[in-house]
Design a protein around this ligand. Structure first.
Ligand code: URA
Ligand code: URA
Length: 268
């Protein structure tokens, strides 16, 4: 009985995530059914229960070969969208982090332009994102929108995602195992969108993406590198809500990035 309820709840949760990820015709999508079948195989269930013993090894229910084996650069927009949707469908069914999978209302994959020049990477969904299925839609998201506007960017120009695709209970920081479990999805998004620039919002993003434990204060103002992308680190918008004086620094960081793209924002 309890098991039944739990699996019904899980099914509802997966449908919500799939719908938000743009997978609206679940019953007609052979790819989604195939993905669902693979993820629900007993082998991946068994693995999900002991992922924490192997934090640095990518789980072997790897999405790698089937979904983003081709270097994305040069892929047409529709193909990128399709492959991103396929990864989102995987994510919606993901139970690698059992605590997060049980607690989430839905997964929060990413949003924006699949051909974005600039990708923003935050930490993890909060309560609003968990409810709505989209990253950065709460108070921090409103501030991020204002930062984008001031930088003459629209939300739909850029791509926005997080280190984690599930909300940690009580908004605690992501655990290293959780970041490792979710890394493959982030890598897939980076590979497919293939941005010229990645902005790490806060130290959780910088630490997990770049493996650098330095504070944001130390990482700011430097043009770092991840694969092909140039990386700029700046303060997290939630930090700015608590420390408004640091907004000027974020503005400087956006001017730094835009200047590298040949755009001078200093007249604003
Ligand atoms: N904070 C984050 O890091 N990500 C979100 O999506 C929302 C708030
Ligand atoms: N510490 C963080 O984790 N993030 C920030 O943006 C600033 C300080």
């Amino acid at each position: 009985m309890a098991k039944n309820l739990a699996s019904r709840r899980a099914a509802a949760q997966q449908l919500a995530s799939l719908r938000t990820a743009g997978v609206t015709r679940v019953s007609r999508s052979a790819r989604v059914q195939k993905v669902a079948a693979e993820v629900e195989s007993p082998a991946s269930d068994a693995r999900a229960s002991n992922v924490s013993s192997e934090p640095t090894t990518a789980p072997s229910d790897s999405v790698g070969t089937s979904l983003f084996d081709v270097k994305a650069s040069g892929l047409p927009r529709a193909e990128r969208e399709e492959r991103l949707r396929a990864i989102a469908a995987r994510v919606a069914l993901c139970t690698r982090c059992q605590e997060l999978a049980r607690a989430r209302a839905q997964t929060v994959f990413g949003v924006g332009n699949p051909e974005a020049e600039i990708m923003f990477v935050g930490e993890a969904p909060g309560a609003d994102e968990d409810r709505l299925g989209e990253p950065f839609v709460g108070a921090a998201g409103q501030l991020l929108n204002r930062i984008l506007e001031a930088s003459r960017l629209k939300r739909s120009d850029v791509y926005i995602c997080n280190i984690l695709r599930c909300r940690p209970p009580g908004n605690r920081n992501p655990l290293p195992d959780e970041a490792a479990n979710c890394r493959e999805y982030l890598d897939g998004q980076i590979e497919l969108v293939d941005p010229d620039y990645i902005v790490c919002l806060g130290s959780v993003a910088a630490k997990n993406l770049l493996g650098l434990a330095d504070s944001i204060g130390k990482l700011r103002g430097r043009m770092l590198k991840h694969g092909r992308a140039k990386v700029v680190c700046t303060y997290h918008p939630a930090y700015l809500l608590r420390n408004p004086a640091a907004k000027k620094d974020v503005w400087d960081d956006m001017k730094f990035l835009m200047r590298d793209r040949g755009i001078d924002l200093s007249s604003q």
